[in-house]
Design a protein around this ligand. Sequence first.
Ligand code: PLP
Length: 424
Amino acid sequence: MNQLPGHPHFAWHGDALHAEQVRLDALAQQYGTPLFVYSKASMLEALAAYQRGFAGRKVKICYAMKANSSLGVLQVFARAGCGFDIVSGGELERVLTAGAQPQDIIFSGVGKTRAEMQRALAVGIGCFNVESEAELEVLSAVASAAGKTAAVSIRVNPNVDPKTHPYISTGLKGNKFGVAHERTLATYQRAAALPGLKVVGIDCHIGSQITDTAPYLDAMDRILDLVEAIEGAGIALQHIDFGGGLGINYNGDQPPAADALWAQLFAKLDARGFGDRQFMIEPGRSLVGNAGACLTEVLYLKPGEQKNFCIIDAAMNDLPRPAMYQAYHAIVPLQRKDSAAETYDVVGPVCESGDWIGRDRALGVQAGDRLAVLSAGAYCMSMASNYNTRGRAAEVLVDGAQAHLIRERETAADQMRGEKLLPQ
Ligand SMILES: *Cc1c(COP(=O)(O)O)cnc(C)c1O
């Protein structure tokens, strides 16, 4: 057995790549490509790293489901006792369908609609993470009209630089997220005075794919300063929520392990006298990113003067991260062989030059060979689109020697459902 470094439970047995005990080329043969494959053991192992870091502490882990919101994936985390961080009414319906308890759901996002608030109050979610003073007023009105009390936490923008891609950094002054640090106390005082609201916590989320502990420690200091000020003003906080954002290894990145990060964070919390509080965290990518791969088939090789292209049957509609963030995904063959490698740009069939999956990759491949695009568990299927009227891929969840189809390949008819032809 030959483990893929950084991708737990993805390994070569002989020359065939496996997820747990299942051969990936057999899955590609059975279900076709592109095909997302997830390892349940890998997800649970990532969760266990957080749980180790929280041993003896009061912490609720709320999986940020926008990273991967497929029902089968949600079921794994619901059965493991996770709560969920949601960002839309659609995510609320999905996670309830997957078996989540409403009180284990927290609702983040800068643009919650009245209808979304009404539905979340009706089912009884645990907490609204409010992101602006205007939202606070609307939530108060909606809750009062419904005769309900909304539990609220206010998302603070701590103004720290997480040193990640600008599109996934969220805790800087110029970002749209959260309430400005200097407005926080006034916002809590307003929340405490409004009808229909009950202040329960404080939260922040500084960005995504963070590979350094320093921004977390800085943000924590700034949040704890605020907790002291808010409680000094007579407003009690039941929980402190540090958001998500821990990075994964895409291309030799070396983020801290979840338990190591939390050992450092708890050292600070203990030193400041907050160690026995109730905490929440909202990890997304770090729970699922390296638990998934996208299997794809080489359609054509197209040698060129400046570039050689390897054209595959997965595209930017399936794997949007390279086009959106210039992100790197490792690409490996499903079947290792000794053919000489050439350098290729690996691209999809979509009619955009931005439709590339990997640049300047050394691959020994022929048309008909199959590849795995790694680190595809987070922000791939959940961001997939139907651009070029391409159906979304199928998904399989591997559990030991078993493979469960958790999403069928989308057909053209599925895509046209709900559309209406004009009258004659
Ligand atoms: C996206 C998001 C998360 C999860 O971020 P990851 O980088 O995937 O861990 C957590 N909290 C909020 C509010 C988010 O928007």
